[in-house]
Design a protein around this ligand. Structure first.
Ligand SMILES: Cc1ncc(COP(=O)(O)O)c(C=O)c1O
Length: 360
C-alpha cells in the first residue's frame, strides 16, 4: 500500500475524504437518474436541487441574512479583484480604501486602480507583510473598504475585522471562509475562490448585499456585471456544475461536524499544535507577528535554503505533501484547511521533530 498522504497544499487543497467518497459513489449515477451530475443540464430539476441546496446550506451555516445574494461565479477570486471596482465604483473620481497586507491585497489594488482612486489606508509592507495593521482609519468618502481576510502566501490573518462604519466592507475570504464564525452583516461583499475550504477550483463564491447590486454601475459587459448574475441566479450562462455539487457536499460535511463552532474549535486546536511546536524550537522559526498568525496557512523558515529544500524533499518522501512555501517568499508552509484533521497536524509535528534531531 502507498504511504498515507497528508495534504498541506495551499490550493487547490485537501477536501474531506467523505465528500470525495460520496462524489465517487454518485459519479456514474446521480440521484438514481443513470447519469453523472456532470452530464445533466444546468436547468434540469436534478441540478436545480443541487444549486438551490448549496445556496441554502451556505446561508444556514454562515448565517447569511436575507438582504444578501449568494452567487456562484467563475474566473476565480482574481476576477473579483476587477469586478468589484468595476461594479461598485461608478467613475474614475470615486475612491476605495484598501488595506495592503501582502501578495493578494497587492493584486486586488492593482485592478482597482484601473477603475478609480485607490487609497491605501494601511500597509504592513514596512515589515515585509509579517503583520496585520491595527487601528486602521478609513476615509469617509470611500465607496468601499477592501481587506484580505487571510494572506495565504504570507501566513497572516485578521483575527477580528475592522469596523468600517457605514462604508461597506469588502473582503477577500478565499483562504479562510467557513473556517470560523463570522457576522455576515458586517460586510458589504464577501468573495472566495472555492479551492481551499469549500470545493474544487472553478467556482467563486460571492455574497453581496442587495443594495450594492442595485446601486452598481450600468453598461458593463454582461458577464462582468453582478446584476446579470442576480437577475438569473448564477444561471445566466452554464455554471461550474460539478464544483457547485461538491460545494453542496462540503456544506453537508460541515453541518455533520457541528457547523462553524465545531470547525473553528478544531482549526484552533490544529494551529496551536503547530505554532506551539515551532515556538518551542530553535530549529524552526515563525516569521510572522504572533497576534497576526494565520490559522489556515502556517509559514516558517529553517536556518538556510538548502536545509529547507532537504526538509521539503524528505517530508514529501514521508507523505507530507505541499509544504513548500510560495515561490515568491520561499520557506515552508503548511495549509491547515478545514478538511485537515488534528491527526494530520500531529503527524507533521512528529516528522518535524525527527528531522530536527537528524539535522541539528
Ligand atoms: C487570498 C487569496 N485571494 C485570491 C486568490 C486568487 O484566487 P484564484 O486563483 O481563484 O483567482 C488566492 C489564491 O490562492 C488567495 O489565496
Amino acid at each position: 500500500m502507498a504511504t498515507k498522504k497528508y495534504n498541506f497544499y495551499a490550493g487547490p487543497a485537501i477536501l474531506p475524504y467523505e465528500v470525495l467518497k460520496k462524489a465517487q459513489d454518485e459519479l456514474l449515477d446521480f440521484n438514481g437518474i443513470g447519469l453523472s451530475v456532470m452530464e445533466i443540464s444546468h436547468r434540469s430539476k436534478d441540478f436545480d436541487a443541487v444549486i438551490k441546496g448549496a445556496e441554502e446550506k451556505i446561508r444556514k451555516i454562515l448565517g447569511v441574512p436575507d438582504n444578501y445574494y449568494v452567487l456562484f461565479l467563475q474566473g476565480g477570486a482574481s476576477l473579483q479583484f476587477g469586478m468589484i471596482p468595476m461594479n461598485l465604483l461608478k467613475s474614475k473620481d470615486q475612491q476605495a480604501d484598501y488595506v495592503h497586507t501582502g501578495e493578494w491585497a497587492k493584486k486586488a489594488i492593482k485592478e482597482a486602480k484601473l477603475f478609480g482612486k485607490v487609497n491605501i489606508v494601511a500597509s504592513s509592507e514596512d515589515k515585509n507583510f509579517s503583520y496585520i495593521p491595527k487601528n486602521i482609519k478609513f476615509s469617509e468618502n470611500a465607496v468601499y473598504v477592501h481587506i484580505t481576510s487571510n494572506e495565504t502566501i504570507g501566513g497572516i490573518q485578521f483575527q477580528t475585522y475592522p469596523d468600517s462604519g457605514n462604508v461597506p466592507l469588502v473582503c477577500d475570504m478565499s483562504s479562510d471562509i467557513f473556517s470560523r464564525k463570522i457576522n455576515v452583516s458586517k460586510f458589504g461583499l464577501i468573495y472566495a475562490g472555492a479551492q481551499k475550504n469549500i470545493g474544487p477550483s472553478g467556482v467563486t463564491l460571492v455574497i453581496i448585499r442587495k443594495d450594492l447590486v442595485e446601486n452598481s454601475a450600468d453598461g458593463l459587459t454582461t458577464m462582468l456585471s453582478y446584476k446579470t448574475h442576480v437577475k438569473e441566479p448564477s444561471l445566466y450562462n452554464t455554471p461550474p456544475c460539478f464544483g457547485i455539487y461538491i460545494i453542496k457536499l462540503v456544506m453537508d460535511w460541515i453541518e455533520g461536524l457541528g457547523g462553524l463552532s465545531a470547525i473553528e474549535a478544531r482549526n484552533e486546536e490544529k494551529a496551536k499544535i503547530l505554532y506551539d511546536f515551532i515556538d518551542n524550537s530553535s530549529f524552526y522559526k515563525s516569521v510572522v507577528e504572533k497576534e497576526s498568525r494565520s490559522k489556515m496557512n502556517v509559514v516558517w523558515r529553517l536556518n538556510n535554503e538548502a536545509l529547507e529544500e532537504k526538509f521539503i524533499k524528505e517530508a514529501t518522501a514521508a507523505g507530507m505533501i505541499g509544504l513548500k512555501g510560495h515561490r515568491s517568499v520561499g520557506g515552508c508552509r503548511a495549509s491547515l484547511y478545514n478538511a485537515m484533521d488534528v491527526e494530520g497536524v500531529k503527524a507533521l509535528v512528529e516528522f518535524m521533530k525527527k528531522f530536527e534531531m537528524a539535522n541539528k
